[in-house]
Ligand binder design. Sequence first.
Ligand code: CO
Length: 476
Amino acid sequence: MSMEAGFELGFASLSNEVTDRSLAVEGSLPDWLDGALVRNGPATFEAGGERVEHWFDGLAMLHRFAFDGREDAVRYTNRSLRSETYRRAMETGEISGQFATGGGYLRRIRQLLFGDPTDNCNVHVARVDGSLVAMTEVPRYVACDPETLESRGEFAFADALTGHVNCAHVLPDPHRGETIGLLTTFGRPSEYMLYRLPDGSRSRERIGSVTIEDPAYLHSFALTERFVVLTEHPFVTTPASFLLPGRDSFVDHYDWRPERGTRFHVLDRETGERVATAVTDPWFVFHHVNAFEAGAGPNGDGDADELVVDLVAYPNADVVDGLYLTEAADWFESGRDGHLRRFRVPLGGGPVASEPLYDGCELPRVAPGDRTKAYRYVYAQGAATRDGNHVAKVDVTTGESHRWEESGLFVEEPVFVRAPDAERPSDEGVVLVTALNTNERRTDLLVLDGETLDERARAPLPHAVPFGFHGRYLEE
Ligand code: CO
């Protein structure tokens, strides 16, 4: 693969690490910004001369951008996650047990079904009881120092909940002081199990579950004030297939079965009871944006009679194949199939309605305070061309949108931080977004105005960071 063309730099390994480096800022930062943006993503794509096959399989690296109220400085630290998978890769030259990279299926089956799955936690981060915890799609977690990002070994919850597949997108609900999460357990039948984790606790509590014969690959879910929404697209597996030869990796065990349609399962957050299931056309989803309760109830009693669920839908699961590194040249094509859509899920039966909000985007974000509430603004990564991509801002109440873009720049997930004095659903604040700057062959941290998307500040990094996944802004 040529390293000359630009965006391929986003799939090139990064091993350079810096500690608490002061980055020069062009422009100026708001003086109220005093937290830290922590991001996760794959950064090492080779071991022993072999390259991993899928973007999702690169070894994790964490990045931290610390703001301390100064207008002209950001402090930057990055660390490869010292997971067992990382240590083994460095010692043996082999990256094993991953999402889509082949080799040794029997070992992987045992890893998946009998423990010891990969701990290459490269998808997301969460703050649990004072720890920074790196997460991936199997239930193994690595604890990290929230400031230095040094790995502190395996993180263990103080409960007995288990599963085979972990939803790396846990959802903190600041209005309720808890985080909701999801584990899938393979069996006869299989089970999607929801849990709550009270703030300040390491002990998860089971809320309820949905049992299912052929479980789907669930990458995220949605939350309203009273309900959890599990969106079950027809990208499903037969757990017994993990015991049969012939398929080489985790994701090879999943098949697209459009005849099943896509289902919304609605569960009561308090009782765990399933209160509705609605079926609609088949489409695929990685990321939900937000959800909330709407309608005045069939009797006008004020209770919600439908849920509004906003998410990025794909026509099918081809996007998963589009993210193989052998097809990285086509990577930017796959993003065009991601459509921000609004679904209206009736609680009392009836059809699911939907409407388009924005075409060609991924990695959608809302202010954490807007979660579970009627809201207004989404920020997302716009689909790329060979020349770059854009930050998209969408007003979901009007469908209006605008964008920030610059030739040669590929932005990652845009994280909106609302100004401390601003009230929901205001867009007063800033958008923190890293961007691969292919003109300068480095990554820049951009600070955009939340209202206009005008650039307020830019801090060049000392290296190019490969394309990553998710991050959180952690208040100090
Ligand atoms: Co994700």
